[in-house]
Design a protein around this ligand. Structure first.
Ligand code: DLZ
Length: 156
């Protein structure tokens, strides 16, 4: 998927919102940077009431996101990194996490930011992690997407 065509979205002000950031722990240099990007976005949007929940791997993201969504959080951001290996494991974990996170959003009505990197190799992940040398900042972007969606659906 190409990154070209991304909209330029203004960071919304959502003072008073409660946000849960659920993050996997595999590939800690990248996942820690994704969490830092998410917190930067929360700070910019005025969100002070947030929780970071760490789970072991990306496969565990949906169940943690579901609990957060059912616990009264206004938005959830899911962060993780899956790196392709030699077996089909990659496809199963990516598919399960992606489908599960979509189900959480649809079944609860709580917007879920999708900050799961599914990469062929480490350089691809580092390039999207929001580190000083990265081209993209998916922790920040997925948090902004969740907050913008929250604002959009609150206006309905
Ligand atoms: C097992 C596994 C592997 C091989 N690779 C990754 C990965 O690249 N990224 C990730 O977030 N998690 C990985 N996991 C762990 C699974 O997501 C899950 O935590 C375990 O299968 C235990 O349920």
């Amino acid at each position: 998927m190409s990154g070209s065509g991304a909209p330029s979205i203004e960071m919304p002000r959502v003072d008073g919102a409660r946000v849960a950031v659920v993050a996997a722990q595999w590939h800690p240099k990248v996942t820690d940077a994704l969490v830092a990007g998410a917190i930067r976005a929360l700070d910019e949007s005025g969100v002070t009431d947030y929780t970071v929940i760490r789970v072991p791997g990306s496969f565990e993201l949906p169940v943690a996101a579901l609990h957060a969504a059912k616990s009264g959080y206004d938005a959830v951001v899911a962060l993780g990194v899956v790196i392709r290996g030699d077996t089909p494991h990659f496809e199963y974990v990516c598919q399960a996490a992606t489908d599960g996170l979509m189900q959480v959003g649809l079944s609860t009505g709580v917007p879920v930011g999708f900050g799961l990197l599914t990469c062929d190799n480490d350089p691809q992940a580092l390039d999207r992690a929001g580190l000083p040398d990265s081209r993209e900042d998916k922790g920040y972007e997925s948090t902004q997407a969740a907050l913008s969606t929250l604002v959009a659906i609150k206006g309905l």
